[in-house]
Write a protein that binds this ligand. Structure first.
Ligand SMILES: NC(=O)c1ccc[n+]([C@@H]2O[C@H](COP(=O)([O-])OP(=O)(O)OC[C@H]3O[C@@H](n4cnc5c(N)ncnc54)[C@H](O)[C@@H]3O)[C@@H](O)[C@H]2O)c1
Length: 250
């Protein structure tokens, strides 16, 4: 594949290494200094692009790829209030988009178990309180993490006692969607913690008066995330449409 990397930060660099190891060409690298090169001329002949930038820049970058009908793997989190709009644009343009809040296989298994567990607790009408915690490195720009939001959505889909998620984030995080009102029984709390170099720990805890049940995933390095994104790019190459990890895992 002839690829483009948009965002040459921690993930972009890791992705480049894996693309090269797997025999692909990295024909274009875009970062802040040369962002004006994300245009028709430079995208010509690119089979697939991988976008890992920032919450404020992802939408425009992805839209540009879609406009020029370059299939694009989207990894940036913290901007997904516009994801539906972009999916629609992609369909209209007959282009291709792959979005995952987390490209790690283990996390996607966690998503599956999380939904199954919530559905089972609902069926049994078991009296458990539920909470999500996510821990990431201090450079992470968005809060809560995209992965925590996906976990919350999986629970909200099945547990009728919870109506919406609310976030408790560290005070220093200016982008945090911090709740200003008191929490109610219908809120699903997501606690965000920012410390050290942690690549990502996600925990879903169910607690009753008598016991505690925990689903937890810890990412040990970024390579697993980059590998998942490259596999998604290989999957997307030559396709049209909107895809997610559910399609890849089939
Ligand atoms: N979906 C996943 O599995 C997954 C995994 C890891 C990280 N992420 C997300 O990916 C994003 C990037 O993570 P990272 O750790 O590489 O961050 P990073 O800060 O190390 O890198 C981001 C890069 O984007 C560049 N950039 C900023 N604006 C740009 C623009 N307009 N055009 C091109 N490049 C631009 C920055 O200069 C920087 O080099 C974050 O949103 C993070 O949460 C997602």
């Amino acid at each position: 594949m002839k690829t483009a990397i948009i965002g040459y930060g921690k993930m972009g660099r890791e992705i480049e290494q894996i693309l090269l190891e797997r025999g692909h060409e990295v024909a274009l690298i875009i970062d802040v200094e040369n962002r004006s090169e994300l245009d028709a001329e430079h995208l010509a002949g690119i089979d697939v692009a991988l976008e890992f930038t920032t919450p404020t820049t992802a939408y425009d970058n992805l839209r540009t790829c879609i406009e020029h009908r370059v299939p694009v793997v989207s990894g940036t989190t913290g901007w997904t209030e516009r994801l539906e709009e972009l999916k629609q644009y992609c369909t209209e343009q007959h282009s291709a988009l792959f979005y995952a809040s987390n490209y790690c296989l283990g996390v996607n298994l966690l998503f599956m178990l999380n939904r199954q567990l919530a559905a089972q607790i609902e069926r049994l009408q078991a009296k458990y309180g539920v909470e999500i915690e996510e821990v990431h490195h201090t450079q992470k720009k968005d809060s809560p993490s995209g992965t925590a939001i996906t976990l919350a959505e999986g629970i909200l889909e099945h547990l009728s006692s919870k109506k919406q998620w609310v976030n408790f984030a560290p005070i220093f995080d200016v982008n945090a969607i911090e709740e200003k009102r008191p929490v109610t029984e219908e809120d699903l709390v997501i606690r965000s913690v920012r410390e050290g170099m942690t690549p990502g720990i996600h925990t879903v805890s169910y607690e009753s008066e008598d016991d505690r049940l925990v689903l937890q995933h810890t990412i040990k390095n970024r390579r697993t995330l980059a590998m998942g994104a490259v596999i998604a790019a290989e999957f997307l190459c030559g396709k049209e449409g909107v895809y997610s990890m559910k399609d890849l895992m089939k």
